[in-house]
Each structure stands twice: as structure tokens, then as C-alpha cells.
Write a protein that binds this ligand. Structure first.
Ligand code: SF4
Length: 363
């Protein structure tokens, strides 16, 4: 039976003297991975902004007043061009994100299925992050050749209620289960720096680490506080917290790809090196992470050279899916799917929404 983690046990790891924690994590990292290989992934926003959800950290939520450029769904050929560019820059994985509450059975989903097939044919790992997803939709994505599905838990179940009111934690767990049942590799992690406690950080890791199977990919993000969002005034995450979080993730999920995700622009080269030592095994490349800034690829290449790191090839941790025409037959399935909508309100989110309304009226 898989080991079951408790919050107390994970907190004990998280609170170890930092040098001990790093040493333990680095040792486990070496036992399970080639420490000189780091996967480069590209995160591509295929549909930006206008999202109906109220995630307190997100500039893409339509209800807040942020200055992001919104875009309709990209075409398949636009995505193919971006994928080829990413591949030529060393990316072995393309993660396509759409600012949707959930996948709808409509023409746009058909278009995403074509994108998945196209990128899988380029021999890149294809990941999607499209919001909540039913088992049937997961099956269609798997048939198209989807390698992974990203659906972050964001934080602990308790703290999640302080950040998002438009969907429930259980909905996220259900989507992850649907991905697993369709044979899609799960990518799920969270964000630190949203006012959560250390216990919340560890609580999220407990939920992830106790999944069976554990997620194959765990992104750890540092909040990028964007003006106009409810979390605009949050303090930056200290690098020591990021290193602690990465190291703890590595220890409780030894086989996972731990992704050093948002917030890298605020980290020094030395800080990032510390995170690689602590067990981070992937970065996101490209000048933007959906809508927030990210280091230039040439800066990343320089850092890899200094540290002696190599980009990791695709499909080292799992076989390439074989696309089959099943996804086309399913295109005839229509009808919208209903997901839960909790009734609680978050004061900070409501205040940001009111400020956005005022700003629109003044404009
Ligand atoms: S995080 Fe995703 S679901 Fe939440 S508001 Fe942003 S785009 Fe929408």
C-alpha cells in the first residue's frame, strides 16, 4: 500500500533546518531523476481573458480590472507555429491554457482537440489546462493524443475557500479523477504567497501526495501579484519559502516532475539554482506565463550553461500517446455540462469587483 501522508508529518519536513531539508531533498532527487536534466515546457495561452471565475490571483477573471490583452481561441495553425518555435528553443512540452470555467461540448472544444492532435504529431508532450472536465471529455482528449492535463489545487482545501468562490475543491478533485480514469497524466500543484499558512501549504501537498497514483507533475508557483486583482497587495514570496516548498514537494512526491513555475522573474540565478538543488526538475519558458512576465529564453539558456543543466527530452517519464480518430467521432456529442457553484462570497474578491465596476463607469 502507498504511504499515507499526514499534515503533521509534512509540516515536520517543511520546518526542518533548511540545510538539512535541502540535503534530504537533493538526495531523493538524485535517487529518482537525472539531476542534470531539467524539462523546458512552454505555456501557451490559447484563449486569454474574459473568464467568468473569481480566482483571487488571476488577471484573466473578467470581473476584475486588469490591463491584460484578451484574445479569442487561437487557430490550429497559430498553435502549430508556436509549438514549432517552442520546440526549436528546447521545449519538449507544450501546455495550452484557455481561460474557461469548464470545457463545453462545442466547436471550440473540437478545435482544441485538433490542436492536441497537431502538437502530439510534432512529438512534443501535450498538456492542456481548460478548466473543469468530465470523464467523457477527458476520453476525447486522450483519443486526440493528450499526454497530460493540468488542474491545480491552488492551496489547501481550507484556504481555497478564501481565494475562489465560484467552484468547489471537490470539483477540482473530480476533474483530476476524470483525467486519471482516461489514462491522462495528471499535472497539479499550487501557488504560494496568497496569505496561506505553512499548514495550508503542507495541507495541499498532503492532498496531492495521498492521491493514487500521485500526480506525475507538480507545478509550484510563487504568486505574481497583479494590480486590479484581489491579491494585488500581497508581499513577494521569499526565495527561502520557495526552496522549502520545492524541497518538501520533492520529498513527498519523489517521482514527480516538480515545476518551478510563476514568479521566476523575481528570483535571482542563485535562487533558482537553490530550487534546482532542492529538486525542481522543470521550468516554463517563454517571455510570458499566460499573462504574467517570465525570464527570456536566452537568460534561461545562459543559466543552464552555468549550472551544467541539459533540457530533458520528451516522453522520458511516459510513452507518447497514439492519437486515434475516436476523438473525431465524439465531435457530434453536444450539450453543456453543469458543475457546482458554491454560494459563499469572499469580501476581498467582491471589493476588487466593485473597484473594477467603478473604473469601467469612469472610463
Ligand atoms: S485561474 Fe483560470 S479559472 Fe480562474 S479566473 Fe483565471 S482563467 Fe479563470
Amino acid at each position: 500500500m502507498d504511504k499515507k501522508w499526514t499534515k503533521e508529518a509534512v509540516l515536520e519536513i517543511y520546518n526542518k533546518p533548511l540545510m538539512e531539508l535541502l540535503y534530504e531533498a537533493a538526495t531523493i532527487h538524485r535517487e529518482n531523476h537525472n539531476p542534470l536534466e531539467v524539462q523546458i515546457s512552454t505555456l501557451l495561452s490559447i484563449k486569454t481573458g474574459g473568464c467568468p471565475e473569481d480566482c483571487g490571483y488571476c488577471p484573466q477573471a473578467a470581473r476584475y480590472h486588469t490591463d491584460i490583452e484578451t484574445n479569442d481561441l487561437m487557430t490550429v495553425s497559430q498553435v502549430k507555429a508556436q509549438a514549432l518555435r517552442a520546440k526549436s528553443n528546447g521545449s519538449s512540452r507544450l501546455c495550452m491554457g484557455a481561460a474557461w470555467r469548464n470545457i463545453q461540448n462545442n466547436d471550440e472544444f473540437d478545435q482544441v482537440l485538433e490542436m492536441v492532435k497537431t502538437v502530439n504529431d510534432l512529438e512534443m508532450e501535450v498538456c492542456c489546462t481548460l478548466g473543469m472536465m468530465t470523464e467523457d471529455q477527458a476520453k476525447r482528449l486522450a483519443d486526440a493524443g493528450l499526454y497530460a492535463y493540468n488542474h491545480n489545487l491552488d492551496s489547501s482545501e481550507e484556504h481555497y475557500k478564501e481565494i475562489i468562490s465560484t467552484r468547489e475543491y471537490d470539483d477540482r478533485l473530480k476533474t483530476i479523477e476524470n483525467a486519471n480514469n482516461a489514462g491522462i497524466s495528471v499535472c497539479s500543484g499550487g501557488i504560494i504567497g496568497m496569505g496561506e499558512s505553512d499548514a495550508d501549504r503542507c495541507g495541499m501537498l498532503v492532498t496531492l501526495a495521498n492521491m493514487s497514483p500521485q500526480p506525475k507533475s507538480v507545478p509550484i508557483n510563487a504568486l505574481v501579484a497583479v494590480e486590479g486583482t484581489p491579491l494585488e497587495d500581497q508581499n513577494p514570496v521569499p526565495i527561502w519559502d520557495m526552496a522549502r516548498m520545492v524541497a518538501t514537494t520533492r520529498i513527498v512526491m519523489p517521482k514527480a516532475v516538480v515545476r518551478l513555475s510563476a514568479g521566476r522573474t523575481d528570483m535571482s540565478d542563485e535562487g533558482q539554482a537553490l530550487c534546482f538543488m532542492a529538486g525542481a526538475s522543470s521550468i516554463f519558458a517563454g517571455d510570458k506565463l499566460l499573462t504574467t512576465p517570465n525570464p527570456d529564453i536566452n537568460e534561461d539558456k545562459k543559466l543552464f550553461k552555468i549550472l551544467g543543466l541539459q533540457p530533458k527530452a520528451p516522453f522520458v517519464d511516459g510513452e507518447q500517446p497514439v492519437s486515434n480518430d475516436g476523438y473525431k467521432e465524439c465531435m457530434s456529442i453536444r450539450g453543456n455540462v453543469k458543475w457546482n457553484r458554491p454560494s459563499h462570497k469572499i469580501e476581498r474578491n467582491e471589493a476588487a469587483k466593485a473597484r473594477a465596476k467603478e473604473a469601467r463607469q469612469e472610463a
